[in-house]
Write a protein that binds this ligand. Structure first.
Ligand code: 13P
Length: 251
């Protein structure tokens, strides 16, 4: 059966000291047996210290990005092998901010997905439509293309290392969430796509997270929907009380 997952994407926030402070609050306050797997994704420079300080806890560390190449002349980039060398086994790929501000295309993302999976990492693969797409009633089409072109070339076997995250761009950092019904509608659509592509068993096992202005006061309603298996949290993951309230909002 698929897992409940709550992941905090810290984006470009928190230096080393701030990272340690937030992690120490999370460690102290996380309940003994959380009803969800918990991930935090600090910036690259804090990954090693985050991994060290979270050893022996139920919190996993993820990276926010990586390069597809194994190594070489890619100034400023980080490889899967480098991430693994500091204990990081999970990577967020395809975030809309990377697609929009760093020109990450489906084609590039497909290469990153391959590199991560070849290195036995778990991929949190993000997708979601912009406001103009939803207004034009193109949201299903956009989501379908992003998944088909960036992810669905992988093998059935590799699906066990994939977590999906539906993040409608218009709901990110805006305070405007998709309604639980809007989230469920897309999640059910994506699960149907998974069924058609990889079969029913795999489709039922892949966790599909929702991201976009998830807060303690709306998490329960969103996570209560059949095909929503947790959240990818931005702003609210920077506050230990709020993030843990979201982690604790599963029934
Ligand atoms: P917010 O929760 O701040 O809307 O961000 C969502 C997000 O982009 C997580 O990756």
């Amino acid at each position: 059966m698929r897992k409940n997952i709550v992941a905090g994407n810290w984006k470009m926030n928190n230096d080393l000291a701030e990272t340690q402070e937030l992690l120490s609050h999370l460690k102290m306050q996380l309940v003994k047996e959380p009803k969800a797997d918990v991930y935090v994704a600090p910036s690259y420079i804090s990954l090693f210290s985050a991994f060290e300080s979270l050893k022996g806890t139920a919190i996993e560390v993820a990276a926010q990005n990586m390069h597809f190449a194994e190594k070489g002349a890619y100034t400023g980039e980080i490889s899967a092998k480098m991430l693994k060398s500091v204990g990081v086994k999970t990577v967020i790929l395809g975030h809309s901010e990377r697609r929009a501000y760093f020109n990450e295309t489906d084609e590039l993302l497909a290469k990153k997905v391959d590199a991560a999976l070849e290195n036995e990492m778990t991929v949190i693969f993000c997708f979601g439509e912009e406001l103009k797409d939803r207004k034009a009633d193109q949201h299903f089409e956009v989501v379908k293309n992003q998944l088909e072109n960036g992810l669905f070339h992988i093998s059935k076997d590799a699906c066990k290392n994939v977590i999906l995250a539906y993040e409608p761009v218009w709901a990110i950092g805006t305070g405007e969430t998709a309604s639980p019904e809007q989230a469920q509608e897309i999640h059910a659509y994506v699960r149907k796509m998974l069924t058609e592509k990889f079969g029913e068993t795999i489709a039922q096992d892949v966790s599909i997270l929702y991201g976009g202005s998830v807060k303690p006061d709306n998490a329960k309603d969103i996570f209560g929907k059949e095909d929503v298996d947790g959240g990818l949290i931005g702003g609210a993951s920077l506050n230990a009380v709020d993030f843990l309230a979201i982690v604790n909002s599963f029934e």
